[in-house]
Design a protein around this ligand. Sequence first.
Ligand code: UT7
Length: 335
Amino acid sequence: MSTEQQTFPRSRIAGTGSYVPSRVVTNDELARLVDTSDQWIQQRVGIRERRYAAPGEASSDLALVAAQRALEAAGLTPDDLDMIVVGTVTPDTPLPACAAYLQKKLGCKEIPSFDVAAACAGFLYALSIGDQFIRTGMMRNVLVVGVETLTSIMDFTDRNTCVLFGDGAGAVVLSRTDDTSRGWVLSTQLHTDSTLADALCIPAGGSREPVTAEILEQHRNKVYMNGQDVFRVAVRKLTSASLAAVAAAGLEPSDIDWVVPHQANLRIIDQVAARLSVPYERVVINIATRGNTSSASIPIALDEAVREGRILPGHRVLMCALGAGISWASALVQL
Ligand code: UT7
């Protein structure tokens, strides 16, 4: 594979931010709703607790706090933004985009603001889009958000899925750089293979089968997942996309300082880290307390590791995610 041309301008992550709602939901609490146990969830998935949005708290509310924190870290204001791209499958309303509500709450000027529905890969898709706009010279500062209020689409009678997910938001500000002595987004890789489109989906409630009383009764407007099918493909695709992102930058996995993987299952993270031969202490893991927050999971983990002083300026960070579609993506950035 040819390596990325190091032409300028490039985009760099100028600031990160995240927000999780205050309500903590333990495994024991879910065990009162469905036939599950703290032991099963911890052993099979690695989750101890997750956060749930408050009633009436929408994705744009979570995104707003994450965005404000990212802007502050970047030393910018909403007026400095040229575009907002939000990765989400749980917008405030089906129409308009969550990004439109976010723009309104941020109070910024008339800038393009739109959502990207690539499920758990949504943040990396959004990051890649922002990166392309900056690299063409068209934009200077792009707000990239991953946000989900997954509790709004979870089936709380299905133990296969309801124990897995949480709510939250993460954001980064991508800024143009012409400075070769700083880090930048080194490469992004985006993929979709629809062979397994039905393995992780919301079966009804869209244009094919608009919501009816029967659909509501059968919970077919909620998330369905064949976990084993997704698990098998996840380990393979996350590994191959990660290796591709590293190779595209002309680097080896040993050149990576941190891996920030999508937090879907600790066993998936373990296997991907092993296949990449990345030491475990170089992998950012917060699934125990955040659960799977889909498109928010990577930017939350990234921001937490930055604020904890683990990920430092100059570090090379590899991110990878896979989810419904099946869509998967990776990105290699130097902070
Ligand atoms: O973020 C988007 C991408 N998503 C993923 O990457 C998720 C990938 N998949 C997974 O992480 C795992 O497949 C799950 C965590 C979803 C499930 O774990 P698993 O080890 O694959 O379990 P399984 O589906 O093979 O089920 C094993 C058993 C079944 O019981 P039987 O048939 O063996 O009696 C399930 O009914 O575990 C049962 N089970 C549960 N038991 C207690 C399933 N969910 C639960 C539960 N509590 N919550």
